[in-house]
Design a protein around this ligand. Structure first.
Ligand SMILES: NC(=O)c1ccc[n+]([C@@H]2O[C@H](COP(=O)([O-])OP(=O)(O)OC[C@H]3O[C@@H](n4cnc5c(N)ncnc54)[C@H](O)[C@@H]3O)[C@@H](O)[C@H]2O)c1
Length: 345
Protein backbone atom coordinates (compact mmCIF):
# COMPACT_ATOMS: atom_id res chain seq x y z
CA UNK A 1 0.00 0.00 0.00
CA UNK A 2 2.86 2.35 0.76
CA UNK A 3 3.87 2.26 -2.86
CA UNK A 4 0.33 3.01 -4.00
CA UNK A 5 0.20 5.94 -1.57
CA UNK A 6 3.54 7.23 -2.78
CA UNK A 7 2.39 6.97 -6.38
CA UNK A 8 -0.81 8.79 -5.52
CA UNK A 9 1.13 11.49 -3.70
CA UNK A 10 3.38 11.94 -6.71
CA UNK A 11 0.16 12.80 -8.50
CA UNK A 12 0.92 10.85 -11.61
CA UNK A 13 -2.32 9.36 -12.93
CA UNK A 14 -0.39 7.03 -15.17
CA UNK A 15 1.71 5.60 -12.34
CA UNK A 16 -1.28 5.10 -10.06
CA UNK A 17 -3.44 3.53 -12.76
CA UNK A 18 -0.53 1.21 -13.59
CA UNK A 19 -0.48 0.23 -9.91
CA UNK A 20 -4.22 -0.26 -9.91
CA UNK A 21 -3.98 -2.73 -12.76
CA UNK A 22 -1.08 -4.68 -11.30
CA UNK A 23 -1.99 -7.77 -9.33
CA UNK A 24 -5.65 -7.85 -10.32
CA UNK A 25 -7.43 -10.84 -11.68
CA UNK A 26 -9.59 -8.47 -13.74
CA UNK A 27 -8.67 -5.21 -15.44
CA UNK A 28 -11.28 -3.08 -13.70
CA UNK A 29 -11.17 -1.80 -10.13
CA UNK A 30 -14.46 -2.63 -8.41
CA UNK A 31 -16.34 0.02 -6.44
CA UNK A 32 -15.76 -0.42 -2.73
CA UNK A 33 -17.32 1.51 0.13
CA UNK A 34 -15.39 1.82 3.39
CA UNK A 35 -16.95 3.24 6.56
CA UNK A 36 -14.87 4.50 9.49
CA UNK A 37 -16.78 4.64 12.81
CA UNK A 38 -15.09 7.02 15.24
CA UNK A 39 -13.66 8.98 12.32
CA UNK A 40 -13.16 12.26 14.20
CA UNK A 41 -10.90 10.70 16.85
CA UNK A 42 -7.16 10.44 17.29
CA UNK A 43 -6.98 7.30 15.15
CA UNK A 44 -10.05 8.07 13.04
CA UNK A 45 -8.70 11.25 11.46
CA UNK A 46 -5.34 9.97 10.16
CA UNK A 47 -7.06 6.70 9.21
CA UNK A 48 -9.61 8.68 7.18
CA UNK A 49 -6.69 10.41 5.45
CA UNK A 50 -4.96 7.12 4.65
CA UNK A 51 -8.16 5.50 3.37
CA UNK A 52 -8.72 8.56 1.16
CA UNK A 53 -5.31 7.79 -0.38
CA UNK A 54 -6.24 4.16 -1.01
CA UNK A 55 -7.01 3.62 -4.71
CA UNK A 56 -9.31 0.64 -3.98
CA UNK A 57 -11.83 2.85 -2.15
CA UNK A 58 -14.59 4.47 -4.21
CA UNK A 59 -16.76 5.73 -1.31
CA UNK A 60 -15.51 6.74 2.11
CA UNK A 61 -18.09 7.25 4.87
CA UNK A 62 -16.83 9.03 7.98
CA UNK A 63 -19.04 8.56 11.04
CA UNK A 64 -18.71 9.85 14.60
CA UNK A 65 -20.96 11.20 17.33
CA UNK A 66 -19.38 14.65 16.77
CA UNK A 67 -16.92 16.44 14.52
CA UNK A 68 -17.30 14.51 11.26
CA UNK A 69 -18.52 17.35 9.00
CA UNK A 70 -15.17 19.12 9.44
CA UNK A 71 -13.06 16.00 8.98
CA UNK A 72 -15.07 14.97 5.91
CA UNK A 73 -14.89 18.44 4.31
CA UNK A 74 -11.14 18.52 4.89
CA UNK A 75 -10.38 15.02 3.60
CA UNK A 76 -12.80 15.40 0.65
CA UNK A 77 -10.58 18.04 -0.96
CA UNK A 78 -7.83 15.51 -1.60
CA UNK A 79 -7.78 14.70 -5.32
CA UNK A 80 -8.02 10.92 -5.14
CA UNK A 81 -10.64 8.47 -6.38
CA UNK A 82 -13.04 8.19 -3.45
CA UNK A 83 -16.10 10.26 -2.75
CA UNK A 84 -16.17 11.31 0.91
CA UNK A 85 -19.22 11.90 3.11
CA UNK A 86 -19.42 12.78 6.79
CA UNK A 87 -22.17 11.45 9.07
CA UNK A 88 -22.77 12.66 12.61
CA UNK A 89 -25.01 11.30 15.34
CA UNK A 90 -26.89 8.04 15.66
CA UNK A 91 -29.68 9.04 13.28
CA UNK A 92 -27.10 9.15 10.45
CA UNK A 93 -25.37 5.87 11.30
CA UNK A 94 -27.57 3.79 8.98
CA UNK A 95 -26.75 5.98 5.98
CA UNK A 96 -23.06 5.82 6.82
CA UNK A 97 -23.15 2.03 6.90
CA UNK A 98 -25.45 1.21 3.99
CA UNK A 99 -23.61 -0.52 1.16
CA UNK A 100 -20.29 -0.77 3.03
CA UNK A 101 -17.85 -3.47 2.01
CA UNK A 102 -15.49 -2.81 4.93
CA UNK A 103 -16.32 -1.15 8.27
CA UNK A 104 -13.40 -0.01 10.41
CA UNK A 105 -14.14 0.69 14.09
CA UNK A 106 -11.75 2.93 16.04
CA UNK A 107 -14.60 4.37 18.20
CA UNK A 108 -14.20 4.55 21.95
CA UNK A 109 -11.95 5.83 24.68
CA UNK A 110 -8.18 5.26 24.64
CA UNK A 111 -5.92 4.43 27.61
CA UNK A 112 -4.34 6.91 30.00
CA UNK A 113 -1.08 6.17 31.87
CA UNK A 114 -1.55 3.38 34.43
CA UNK A 115 -4.56 1.87 32.64
CA UNK A 116 -4.71 -1.55 31.03
CA UNK A 117 -6.75 -2.14 27.88
CA UNK A 118 -9.21 -4.06 30.04
CA UNK A 119 -9.88 -0.87 32.06
CA UNK A 120 -11.57 0.47 28.91
CA UNK A 121 -14.05 -2.38 28.87
CA UNK A 122 -16.98 -0.68 30.60
CA UNK A 123 -17.21 2.21 28.14
CA UNK A 124 -16.03 0.62 24.92
CA UNK A 125 -18.06 -2.59 25.23
CA UNK A 126 -21.28 -0.57 25.11
CA UNK A 127 -20.08 1.50 22.13
CA UNK A 128 -19.06 -1.60 20.18
CA UNK A 129 -22.34 -3.30 21.01
CA UNK A 130 -24.44 -0.45 19.63
CA UNK A 131 -22.28 -0.03 16.51
CA UNK A 132 -22.39 -3.78 15.77
CA UNK A 133 -26.16 -3.83 16.21
CA UNK A 134 -26.33 -1.18 13.47
CA UNK A 135 -23.86 -3.08 11.25
CA UNK A 136 -26.06 -6.20 11.51
CA UNK A 137 -29.00 -4.09 10.35
CA UNK A 138 -27.49 -1.92 7.63
CA UNK A 139 -24.51 -3.81 6.17
CA UNK A 140 -24.57 -7.42 7.43
CA UNK A 141 -22.18 -8.58 4.71
CA UNK A 142 -19.40 -6.08 5.41
CA UNK A 143 -15.98 -7.11 6.68
CA UNK A 144 -15.62 -5.61 10.17
CA UNK A 145 -12.17 -4.42 11.27
CA UNK A 146 -12.32 -3.97 15.06
CA UNK A 147 -9.75 -1.55 16.47
CA UNK A 148 -11.57 -0.50 19.69
CA UNK A 149 -9.99 -1.95 22.81
CA UNK A 150 -9.91 -4.33 24.54
CA UNK A 151 -9.83 -6.17 21.20
CA UNK A 152 -9.61 -9.50 23.08
CA UNK A 153 -13.16 -8.79 24.32
CA UNK A 154 -14.66 -6.45 21.71
CA UNK A 155 -14.32 -9.06 18.92
CA UNK A 156 -16.23 -11.71 20.94
CA UNK A 157 -18.84 -9.03 21.77
CA UNK A 158 -19.27 -8.27 18.07
CA UNK A 159 -19.59 -12.00 17.28
CA UNK A 160 -22.34 -12.43 19.88
CA UNK A 161 -24.24 -9.37 18.66
CA UNK A 162 -24.09 -10.64 15.07
CA UNK A 163 -25.18 -14.14 16.21
CA UNK A 164 -28.20 -12.67 17.98
CA UNK A 165 -29.09 -10.74 14.83
CA UNK A 166 -28.65 -13.89 12.73
CA UNK A 167 -25.95 -12.28 10.58
CA UNK A 168 -22.75 -13.75 12.04
CA UNK A 169 -20.20 -14.91 9.52
CA UNK A 170 -16.92 -15.80 11.21
CA UNK A 171 -15.08 -15.09 7.98
CA UNK A 172 -16.00 -11.42 8.19
CA UNK A 173 -14.99 -10.37 11.70
CA UNK A 174 -11.42 -9.27 12.41
CA UNK A 175 -9.64 -7.89 15.46
CA UNK A 176 -6.98 -5.53 14.14
CA UNK A 177 -3.65 -6.64 15.64
CA UNK A 178 -1.55 -5.21 12.80
CA UNK A 179 0.05 -2.62 15.08
CA UNK A 180 1.67 -5.44 17.05
CA UNK A 181 3.14 -6.74 13.80
CA UNK A 182 4.24 -3.25 12.74
CA UNK A 183 6.00 -2.78 16.10
CA UNK A 184 7.59 -6.24 16.06
CA UNK A 185 8.98 -5.54 12.58
CA UNK A 186 10.38 -2.15 13.56
CA UNK A 187 11.95 -3.31 16.82
CA UNK A 188 13.41 -6.46 15.21
CA UNK A 189 14.91 -4.52 12.31
CA UNK A 190 16.55 -2.09 14.73
CA UNK A 191 18.06 -4.82 16.88
CA UNK A 192 19.05 -7.20 14.07
CA UNK A 193 20.28 -4.38 11.86
CA UNK A 194 18.35 -5.53 8.80
CA UNK A 195 16.33 -3.35 6.37
CA UNK A 196 13.00 -2.72 8.08
CA UNK A 197 10.89 -2.89 4.90
CA UNK A 198 12.11 -6.45 4.26
CA UNK A 199 11.18 -7.73 7.72
CA UNK A 200 8.36 -10.17 8.41
CA UNK A 201 7.37 -11.31 11.90
CA UNK A 202 4.13 -13.10 12.71
CA UNK A 203 2.48 -11.99 15.96
CA UNK A 204 -0.09 -14.37 17.43
CA UNK A 205 -2.35 -14.70 20.48
CA UNK A 206 -4.31 -11.58 21.31
CA UNK A 207 -3.92 -7.84 21.64
CA UNK A 208 -3.04 -6.98 25.26
CA UNK A 209 0.14 -7.41 27.33
CA UNK A 210 1.35 -11.00 27.49
CA UNK A 211 -1.38 -12.16 25.09
CA UNK A 212 0.68 -10.47 22.34
CA UNK A 213 3.14 -13.16 21.24
CA UNK A 214 5.61 -12.21 18.50
CA UNK A 215 7.20 -15.26 16.87
CA UNK A 216 10.74 -13.98 16.33
CA UNK A 217 11.93 -17.56 15.66
CA UNK A 218 10.00 -17.25 12.35
CA UNK A 219 11.22 -13.73 11.56
CA UNK A 220 12.79 -13.00 8.21
CA UNK A 221 15.40 -12.03 7.18
CA UNK A 222 17.12 -14.34 9.68
CA UNK A 223 19.40 -12.65 12.22
CA UNK A 224 22.18 -14.73 13.70
CA UNK A 225 23.37 -11.95 15.97
CA UNK A 226 20.45 -12.07 18.44
CA UNK A 227 20.84 -13.78 21.82
CA UNK A 228 18.04 -15.34 23.88
CA UNK A 229 18.16 -12.21 26.04
CA UNK A 230 17.70 -10.03 22.95
CA UNK A 231 14.65 -12.07 21.89
CA UNK A 232 13.19 -11.78 25.39
CA UNK A 233 13.70 -8.02 25.38
CA UNK A 234 12.21 -7.67 21.87
CA UNK A 235 9.20 -9.73 22.94
CA UNK A 236 8.65 -7.57 26.01
CA UNK A 237 9.02 -4.35 24.03
CA UNK A 238 6.46 -5.55 21.47
CA UNK A 239 4.05 -6.49 24.27
CA UNK A 240 4.57 -3.12 25.99
CA UNK A 241 4.69 -1.02 22.80
CA UNK A 242 1.26 0.49 23.44
CA UNK A 243 2.18 1.41 27.00
CA UNK A 244 5.41 3.03 25.75
CA UNK A 245 3.25 5.41 23.67
CA UNK A 246 0.63 5.95 26.39
CA UNK A 247 3.37 6.99 28.83
CA UNK A 248 5.15 9.23 26.32
CA UNK A 249 1.84 10.96 25.53
CA UNK A 250 1.41 11.48 29.29
CA UNK A 251 -2.37 11.51 29.48
CA UNK A 252 -3.08 12.69 25.94
CA UNK A 253 -4.14 9.27 24.63
CA UNK A 254 -2.59 6.16 23.13
CA UNK A 255 -1.10 5.27 19.74
CA UNK A 256 -3.01 7.08 16.99
CA UNK A 257 -0.64 7.69 14.05
CA UNK A 258 1.05 4.29 14.03
CA UNK A 259 -2.37 2.71 14.66
CA UNK A 260 -3.89 4.58 11.73
CA UNK A 261 -1.03 3.29 9.55
CA UNK A 262 -1.58 -0.26 10.83
CA UNK A 263 -5.36 0.02 10.38
CA UNK A 264 -4.88 1.27 6.83
CA UNK A 265 -2.55 -1.64 6.01
CA UNK A 266 -5.09 -4.13 7.32
CA UNK A 267 -8.07 -2.54 5.55
CA UNK A 268 -6.01 -2.46 2.34
CA UNK A 269 -5.38 -6.21 2.73
CA UNK A 270 -9.12 -6.81 3.22
CA UNK A 271 -9.93 -4.80 0.07
CA UNK A 272 -7.29 -6.68 -1.93
CA UNK A 273 -8.77 -9.98 -0.73
CA UNK A 274 -12.29 -8.87 -1.69
CA UNK A 275 -10.98 -7.86 -5.12
CA UNK A 276 -9.50 -11.28 -5.73
CA UNK A 277 -5.81 -10.48 -5.31
CA UNK A 278 -4.17 -13.85 -4.49
CA UNK A 279 -2.01 -14.65 -1.45
CA UNK A 280 -2.97 -11.76 0.80
CA UNK A 281 -1.86 -12.81 4.28
CA UNK A 282 -1.99 -10.70 7.46
CA UNK A 283 -2.16 -11.52 11.17
CA UNK A 284 -5.55 -10.91 12.77
CA UNK A 285 -7.59 -11.90 15.85
CA UNK A 286 -10.34 -14.09 14.40
CA UNK A 287 -12.57 -17.04 15.23
CA UNK A 288 -10.12 -19.89 15.25
CA UNK A 289 -9.61 -23.56 15.95
CA UNK A 290 -5.81 -23.58 15.89
CA UNK A 291 -5.79 -23.64 19.72
CA UNK A 292 -8.52 -24.58 22.21
CA UNK A 293 -9.54 -20.88 22.43
CA UNK A 294 -12.49 -19.76 20.27
CA UNK A 295 -10.70 -16.60 19.09
CA UNK A 296 -7.00 -16.29 18.42
CA UNK A 297 -4.68 -14.07 16.40
CA UNK A 298 -2.58 -15.76 13.75
CA UNK A 299 -1.75 -15.42 10.09
CA UNK A 300 -4.92 -15.37 8.01
CA UNK A 301 -5.31 -15.66 4.24
CA UNK A 302 -7.80 -13.08 2.97
CA UNK A 303 -10.07 -13.64 0.01
CA UNK A 304 -13.30 -12.65 -1.71
CA UNK A 305 -15.39 -13.59 1.34
CA UNK A 306 -13.01 -12.39 4.05
CA UNK A 307 -11.07 -15.12 5.87
CA UNK A 308 -10.15 -17.77 3.35
CA UNK A 309 -7.90 -19.74 5.66
CA UNK A 310 -6.70 -19.41 9.24
CA UNK A 311 -3.06 -20.49 9.07
CA UNK A 312 -1.44 -22.54 11.81
CA UNK A 313 1.23 -21.36 14.23
CA UNK A 314 4.18 -23.12 12.58
CA UNK A 315 7.17 -24.37 14.60
CA UNK A 316 7.67 -22.49 17.89
CA UNK A 317 10.81 -22.07 19.99
CA UNK A 318 10.69 -23.27 23.61
CA UNK A 319 10.40 -19.62 24.72
CA UNK A 320 7.42 -19.11 22.40
CA UNK A 321 5.80 -22.39 23.52
CA UNK A 322 6.02 -21.13 27.10
CA UNK A 323 4.61 -17.73 26.05
CA UNK A 324 1.72 -19.49 24.33
CA UNK A 325 0.79 -21.46 27.43
CA UNK A 326 1.09 -18.40 29.69
CA UNK A 327 -1.18 -16.22 27.54
CA UNK A 328 -4.06 -18.68 27.32
CA UNK A 329 -5.71 -18.09 30.75
CA UNK A 330 -5.79 -14.28 30.30
CA UNK A 331 -6.99 -14.48 26.71
CA UNK A 332 -9.65 -17.03 27.67
CA UNK A 333 -11.03 -14.83 30.43
CA UNK A 334 -11.08 -11.70 28.20
CA UNK A 335 -13.00 -13.65 25.55
CA UNK A 336 -15.46 -14.96 28.14
CA UNK A 337 -15.91 -11.47 29.59
CA UNK A 338 -16.93 -10.18 26.15
CA UNK A 339 -19.32 -13.07 25.51
CA UNK A 340 -20.92 -12.62 28.93
CA UNK A 341 -21.34 -8.85 28.43
CA UNK A 342 -23.04 -9.32 25.07
CA UNK A 343 -25.46 -11.89 26.44
CA UNK A 344 -26.28 -10.12 29.71
CA UNK A 345 -26.97 -6.60 28.56
N1 LIG B 1 -6.20 -2.24 18.07
C1 LIG B 1 -5.15 -1.47 18.39
O1 LIG B 1 -4.00 -1.85 18.15
C2 LIG B 1 -5.36 -0.12 19.01
C3 LIG B 1 -4.27 0.77 19.10
C4 LIG B 1 -4.50 2.02 19.65
C5 LIG B 1 -5.76 2.36 20.13
N2 LIG B 1 -6.78 1.47 20.04
C6 LIG B 1 -8.15 1.78 20.52
O2 LIG B 1 -8.84 2.57 19.56
C7 LIG B 1 -9.87 3.32 20.22
C8 LIG B 1 -9.84 4.78 19.75
O3 LIG B 1 -8.66 5.42 20.15
P1 LIG B 1 -8.40 6.97 19.82
O4 LIG B 1 -7.04 7.28 20.32
O5 LIG B 1 -8.75 7.27 18.42
O6 LIG B 1 -9.49 7.65 20.79
P2 LIG B 1 -10.16 9.11 20.64
O7 LIG B 1 -10.85 9.39 21.94
O8 LIG B 1 -9.17 10.08 20.15
O9 LIG B 1 -11.25 8.89 19.50
C9 LIG B 1 -12.34 8.06 19.66
C10 LIG B 1 -13.47 8.59 18.82
O10 LIG B 1 -14.58 7.70 19.00
C11 LIG B 1 -15.74 8.52 18.99
N3 LIG B 1 -16.87 7.81 19.57
C12 LIG B 1 -17.21 7.61 20.86
N4 LIG B 1 -18.38 6.96 20.94
C13 LIG B 1 -18.78 6.71 19.68
C14 LIG B 1 -19.90 6.05 19.11
N5 LIG B 1 -20.86 5.52 19.86
N6 LIG B 1 -19.97 6.01 17.76
C15 LIG B 1 -19.01 6.54 16.98
N7 LIG B 1 -17.93 7.17 17.47
C16 LIG B 1 -17.82 7.26 18.80
C17 LIG B 1 -15.35 9.76 19.77
O11 LIG B 1 -16.25 10.83 19.51
C18 LIG B 1 -13.94 10.00 19.24
O12 LIG B 1 -13.94 10.86 18.12
C19 LIG B 1 -9.61 3.11 21.70
O13 LIG B 1 -10.48 2.11 22.18
C20 LIG B 1 -8.19 2.63 21.76
O14 LIG B 1 -7.91 1.88 22.92
C21 LIG B 1 -6.60 0.24 19.48
Amino acid sequence: MLRSIQATLRGSPSSSSRLLRRGFSSESTPDRKVAVLGAAGGIGQPLALLMKLNPFVSKLALYDIAGTPGVAADVSHINTRSEVAGYMGEEQLGKALEGSDVVIIPAGVPRKPGMTRDDLFNINAGIVKSLCTAIAKYCPNALVNMISNPVNSTVPIAAEIFKKAGTYDEKKLFGVTTLDVVRAKTFYAGKANVPVMEVNVPVVGGHAGITILPLFSQASPKANNLSDEDIKALTKRTQDGGTEVVEAKAGKGSATLSMAYAGAIFADACLKGLNGVPDVVECSFVQSSITELPFFASKVRLGKNGVEEVLGLGPLSDFEKQGLESLKPELKSSIEKGIMFANQS
